[in-house]
Write a protein that binds this ligand. Structure first.
Ligand code: SF4
Length: 367
């Protein structure tokens, strides 16, 4: 952008003017940049698109989790989920809004409990399509604020009334797709979202999740961005992981844990271990013991997530009593762990579910 404006003979300050409009006001139209001369706006209009993903469908749950289904230029569908403040979710008590974004259309990794993997992989998202999810949600929020104000309902919608122009201050890269399988676009998008001139989201407020791509974990550890790492473990033995996560056959636990240790050493950050509790698969006493040993070795925090029911898949979450017992077993082993009461139960919360449902309703092939 800077090089382009310079080549047009524009003064250097135009760059920050444009970026201020893009990432401070989230404008969707070059014409809205009223402090730019009209001929420049026309030139920019001809040269650059401000298009963000188009909203195809939205579901809002009773706990105010919002799920967005976006349609991309090639009509592919992807999801993002906006999750309101929760001290237990990837950050400190000051969390306000976390956005979970997708990095691929579909997913090639085929974890057995996951709706995104059910329909296979179509393509990687480009960096602008990853950043575009944040921009689109911020624009949606601005529209909501305007609507609420116009209808005079600001009080009952106080959760929308935020003091700044930015809604999202936490980002989790955990939506549809395996983020580290789309490494270059992911890192480019993270740089933009982290930059003070861009999304302005602190690197420590960004969590990248992976199903276990050990070589890319090491590569991410060598990047200067100090983002958090979450590993979707879901099984603490090769036997269990092989059963539910095909990625483990390529990068078995020994390799994965070594890569996580490397990440922790390089970044000096606590890793989060994600563990979906599936009845009869990974919820027994031995599983808790094996998980505790790995978590202690990694000095990781464990997030237990009762498995969501996905249409077409046989898995169920264990009874609440078993969930509590599993948590207690970890705590007895001095592991920091939380049992997440999944937000968004009533909105097909597991990643890929809304997309799958919509594709089925439209009668198309998800990929
Ligand atoms: S859990 Fe993640 S890596 Fe596994 S299939 Fe689903 S989207 Fe892909």
């Amino acid at each position: 952008m800077a090089a382009c404006l310079k080549s047009w003979g524009e003064p250097a300050f135009r760059v920050s003017q444009v970026l201020g409009w893009l990432y401070g006001h989230w404008v969707a139209d070059w014409d809205a940049m009223t402090n730019l001369p009209q001929p420049l706006r026309e030139k920019l209009q001809a040269e650059f698109s401000l298009q963000a993903p188009e909203l195809a469908r939205k579901q809002g749950s009773r706990d105010r989790t919002q799920k967005f289904l976006w349609r991309l230029n090639d009509r592919s569908l992807i999801e993002s989920v906006l999750i309101p403040a929760s001290p237990a979710l990837y950050g400190e008590a000051s969390d306000r809004h976390t956005l979970c974004v997708s990095t691929q259309v579909g997913c090639a990794y085929g974890c057995k409990f996951c709706a995104s993997g059910l329909a296979g992989w179509k393509r990687n998202l480009r960096a602008d399509e990853i950043v575009g999810q944040v921009i689109a949600v911020e624009r949606w929020h601005q529209g909501e604020m305007r609507r609420v104000k116009a209808e005079g309902r600001a009080e009952e919608n106080s959760h929308l009334a935020l003091p700044t122009s930015r809604l999202i201050n936490n980002l989790v890269i955990m939506g549809m797709g395996e983020p580290l399988a789309n490494y270059d676009h992911l890192v480019k998008a993270l740089r933009i979202l982290n930059a003070p001139w861009g999304g302005g989201i602190g690197a420590r407020k960004i969590t990248v999740s992976t199903s276990g791509l050990a070589p890319q974990i090491r590569r991410l550890a060598d990047e200067p961005l100090p983002v958090r790492l979450a590993v979707s473990l879901h099984g603490a033995t090769d036997e269990t992981r092989n059963r539910i996560m095909p990625v483990n056959r390529k990068h078995p636990l020994r390799e994965l844990i070594a890569a996580c240790e490397y990440y922790r050493r390089k970044k000096g950050r606590m890793i989060t271990v994600e563990y979906v509790l599936i009845a009869g698969v990974n919820d027994g006493r031995d599983a808790a013991k094996a998980l505790a040993a790995l978590a202690r070795r990694l000095r990781a925090k464990v997030n237990l997530i009762p498995c969501n029911k996905v249409e077409g898949l046989p898995w169920e979450h264990p009874d609440e009593k078993i969930q509590e017992q599993f948590l207690a077993a970890l705590e007895r082993q001095k592991v920091v762990a939380t049992l997440r009461r999944e937000k968004g139960h009533d909105i097909d919360a597991a990643c890929g579910q809304l997309r799958l449902k919509t594709e089925r309703e439209l009668g198309g092939n998800p990929c």
